[in-house]
Design a protein around this ligand. Structure first.
Ligand code: FES
Length: 162
């Protein structure tokens, strides 16, 4: 499945126009755009820049400064691997290696078919289950390399069923 990257600009315009065209609303607009598309598309940045009459470079710096905003399109399944202390000690690095091998992408990248993104995070708040991985909010604890493969196969299987 390819990500459909066609942007519904009507939605963009609606989001932008909810706010008065003043610079102080830039971050609020960007947060709404992030919520709608899962990232900040370049074309949308241009529209915000036109509407607020501020340079595109300002929008760009803001989009890269805040961790909650992303310039990259994410996959359908976002895999978070915990590399916090407890998980690190219990071998999270081998999970990351296995994932990058199976999916053929580096952390913070998305597979070409748009299905999977890998993110490395500091603590998923379930240290007792270390090492921990999460897929779209679902926890997988006491992970092993073998289990990583099973989990990926599970999600690939879901795609074939559709
Ligand atoms: S360190 Fe991994 S869940 Fe806390």
């Amino acid at each position: 499945m390819k990500i459909d990257s066609s942007i519904d600009y009507n939605e963009t315009i609606k989001i932008i126009r909810k706010y008065p065209n003043e610079k102080k609303f830039t971050l609020a607009i960007l947060q709404d755009i992030q919520k709608e598309y899962g990232f900040i598309p370049k074309e949308v940045m241009t529209k915000i820049s036109d509407y607020l009459n501020i340079p595109l470079s300002d929008i760009y710096s803001m989009s890269t400064f805040y961790k909650a905003l992303s310039l990259k399109e994410k996959g359908k399944y976002i895999i978070k691997v915990c590399n916090g202390t407890a998980c690190h000690i219990r071998g999270s690095n081998s999970l990351i290696e296995e994932l990058t091998d199976i999916l053929n992408i580096a952390p913070e990248e998305t597979t070409e078919d748009g299905l999977f993104s890998i993110e490395i995070v500091n603590c998923l708040g379930a240290c007792a289950l270390a090492p921990v991985m999460m897929v779209n909010g679902k926890y997988y604890g006491s992970m092993t390399k073998e289990k990583v493969k099973t989990v990926i196969d599970e999600y690939r299987g879901l795609e074939h069923e559709q």
